[in-house]
Design a protein around this ligand. Structure first.
Ligand SMILES: [Zn+2]
Length: 198
C-alpha cells in the first residue's frame, strides 16, 4: 500500500496556525463587517426637477453633495423636464432629509420650477403589478403619493420624495417587496461597496 505523504498538509496547517493570530480572529472579523456596513452605499438613479441652467446645476450639485448624496457625473440642465442623475449615498441615508434640502436649494430658476427630488426604481411590470406598484408608491410615508409614476413598459417607478418625513431606500424597497414587487435601484446588485477599512 502506498504511503500518504502528510507533509504538505502539515505545512499548510502550520502556516494557517501561524497566520491565524496575525489575520485576526472573530472580533476583528466582526469589526470588519461593521466597517463594511458603514461604508456600503447605494447607487441611485434620480430625477431632479428644477435644473434649468448651468447655474441651477451648480447649486443643485453642491446641495446634493452637502446632503451626502453624491452625483457620479455632472448634472445636465434640462428646461423641458427633470434632469436624470446617478448618485451614491450611504445605505442608511435619509432621502427625506436630502429632498428637504433640495426643495430649499437656492437655484436661480426656483420660482419658475421649484426643485424636487424623485427616486427611480426598476422592475418588471405587467398591467396588474403596475397598478400594485402605483398603489404601493402612494402608501409609502415620505413619498408624495400624488406624484407617483409607474411605467409598465419601461418598468420604471418614479417616487417623488416629499421631504417631510424620513424615508430610506431600504424602507422603500421593503414596501415594494411586501407588495410582491422586486424593485431595484439602478444596478441589479443595487450596491456599490467600498473595500472594508484598512
Ligand atoms: Zn437656472
Amino acid at each position: 500500500m502506498k504511503r500518504i505523504d502528510f507533509t504538505p498538509i502539515l505545512t499548510l496547517v502550520t502556516a494557517i496556525l501561524i497566520a491565524w493570530p496575525v489575520v485576526g480572529v472573530s472580533d476583528d472579523k466582526k469589526n470588519d463587517k461593521d466597517n463594511k456596513k458603514e461604508k456600503e452605499q447605494y447607487r441611485l438613479t434620480l430625477n431632479v426637477e428644477g435644473v434649468e441652467c448651468a447655474k441651477c446645476a451648480q447649486v443643485m450639485t453642491s446641495t446634493l453633495e452637502a446632503a451626502q448624496l453624491k452625483p457620479t457625473g455632472t448634472i445636465k440642465p434640462d428646461s423641458t423636464g427633470p434632469s436624470r442623475i446617478l448618485a451614491t449615498c450611504p445605505t442608511e441615508c435619509d432621502l427625506g432629509a436630502v429632498a428637504a434640502k433640495v426643495s430649499q436649494a437656492d437655484t436661480p430658476h426656483r420660482e419658475k420650477v421649484p426643485p424636487s427630488l424623485s427616486l427611480i426604481l426598476f422592475t418588471k411590470l405587467d398591467e396588474k403589478s403596475a397598478s400594485t406598484a402605483l398603489a404601493t408608491c402612494r402608501k409609502i410615508e415620505g413619498v408624495d403619493g400624488t406624484a407617483c409614476q409607474v411605467d409598465s413598459k419601461t418598468g420604471e417607478i418614479q417616487l417623488k420624495i416629499s421631504g417631510k418625513e424620513k424615508v430610506t431606500v431600504a424602507q422603500i424597497l421593503t414596501a415594494f417587496k411586501d407588495a410582491g414587487i422586486e424593485a431595484h435601484t439602478k444596478s441589479t446588485t443595487g450596491r456599490v461597496e467600498t473595500k472594508a477599512g484598512s
